[in-house]
Design a protein around this ligand. Structure first.
Ligand code: C2E
Ligand code: MG
Ligand code: MG
Ligand code: MG
Length: 299
């Protein structure tokens, strides 16, 4: 980038250099602020989990929640996980963040159960960096013990990328986690370098079809066929199948017709703060039932 700036200076004169310098500085500063801020974010209580409902297409109820991290930076405002999770992975800070997310989600779920709320699985996203750590399983066990949550109500969402290397070690780790009673999902299925032979070997419970495949199913015959094939694959491997990114009634209708088990997306609900979820839970379930009457007769 420095060379490019020099090239532009030579070509266009001094002013261009300062333009490049200042834009580079802006991104560098933001990057630095994110990196440094992230170190303190947990202690300073700037991180929060929001929860997005997973809806069953069989009984039209909320059957699970996915915990999604939110960071409210003191000066930069809301920063999306898409921006700061990669930084956390590069710096290794992800290890602490994941432990925090696991503890927060498990403690919250336990609290809801103690309050007599409907028992649901809460899913936590796990980075391949976490999964590769030797201490990962120990951390999960420690958090479950501390929060006293029944492991059946914890789900871990991992991406296909964890399975790229050392398949034997991955299988062993997943077996241990499943042995504890934890539910394992493959997140963003189809978007990475998935190999069907890997998927066949992995001890997992569920496939989450990546949002990019759902996006056009209502208008593209080809996309719909691909989703249908993934659902068929999941069924033949005895895995449950979840579609992410459902935004339209037509998409829900198609997914129901193709016997997708669960759906998640803005059509049903955005990810919500604990307060909003507690307040809106029954409204959302009512809404889902109403939607279901529409999309069940849609096609
Ligand atoms: P993901 O795990 O695939 O999560 C789904 C993302 O899709 C979330 O974005 C969610 O808000 C968004 N989404 C849900 N429904 C819809 C929809 O109908 N339409 C559209 N356009 N988007 C929808 P978010 O919260 O920004 O998170 C992005 C990614 O960041 C996540 O993708 C996950 O990979 C990562 N992430 C989030 N929280 C955590 C965390 O606690 N730990 C780790 N390691 N990664 C996390
Ligand atoms: Mg996820
Ligand atoms: Mg996902
Ligand atoms: Mg995704």
């Amino acid at each position: 980038q420095a060379d490019l700036a020099m090239y532009h200076t030579k070509k266009h004169g001094r002013n261009n250099l300062s333009f490049y310098e200042s834009t580079m500085k802006t991104t560098d500063t933001r990057q630095m602020m994110i990196e440094q801020g992230l170190r303190k974010a947990i202690k300073k209580n700037e991180l929060e989990l929001h929860y997005q409902p997973k809806v069953s297409l069989q009984n039209h109820q909320i059957v699970g929640l996915e915990a999604l991290i939110r960071w409210n930076h003191p000066t930069l405002g809301q920063i999306s996980p898409g921006e700061f999770i990669p930084v956390a992975e590069e710096t290794g800070l992800i290890i602490q963040i994941t432990e925090w997310a696991l503890r927060t989600a498990c403690a919250q779920n336990k609290k809801w159960q103690e309050e007599g709320k409907k028992k649901m699985r809460v899913a936590v996203n796990i980075s391949s960096v976490d999964f590769g750590e030797e201490s990962f399983i120990h951390t999960v066990q420690k958090v479950l013990k501390e929060t006293n949550l029944d492991p059946r109500y914890l789900e871990l969402e991992i991406t296909e990328s964890v399975a790229i290397k050392n398949i034997d070690i991955v299988v062993e780790k997943l077996n241990t986690l499943q042995g504890l009673g934890i539910f394992i999902s493959i997140d963003d299925f189809g978007s990475g370098y998935s190999s069907l032979s890997y998927i066949k070997k992995l001890p997992i419970d569920s496939l989450k079809i990546d949002r990019s495949f759902i996006k056009d199913i209502q208008e593209s015959y080809k996309e719909a066929k691909i989703v249908k094939a993934i659902i068929g694959l999941a069924q033949s491997l005895n895995l449950s199948v979840v579609a992410e990114g459902v935004e339209l009634a037509e998409q829900a209708a198609l997914l129901q017709r193709e016997q997708c088990d669960e759906v998640q997306g803005f059509y049903f609900s955005k990810p919500l703060s604990v307060g909003d979820l507690e307040e809106l839970f029954f409204d959302i379930e009512e809404q889902v039932k109403e939607y279901a009457r529409e999309y069940t007769t849609e096609m």
